[in-house]
Design a protein around this ligand. Sequence first.
Ligand code: ZN
Length: 136
Amino acid sequence: MTSQPHDLDAGEVIIDGKLHGWTGRPCPNCQGSGEGAGYNGEWRKCTACAGTGDEHGLLDNQPADMSVYYKTADEWLKTDPYKGITILDPDGWDRKNLDASWAEPITEEEFNFRLSISTASYPKDFFCIITASTNA
Ligand SMILES: [Zn+2]
């Protein structure tokens, strides 16, 4: 059985194998007001919650199976929008231990980071697809 690609919801991020996101509780930094006092006493948007007043932190509801968020490099390369990319020079992976590093299950965020510091060839319409999906 293969795990299906699973997208993180807005604001969600995996930290140390745990899902973090908007908890729905008041931000402890600004007590939910969305504002805090700046250095010179002026009021400004709270930096901890970006002015939303919502706490960003460890979510109470953790997915039963966190492994759906993790894939190996080969598995990510078989999913949209990475299909057709060929990694020519895997600088983002541990080159001294490439087989093990390549086979390591990683999050999409980590995969994107490793891809960004590697040399890769992209399909002709790749950046059009990315632009279209981020503008959707
Ligand atoms: Zn806040």
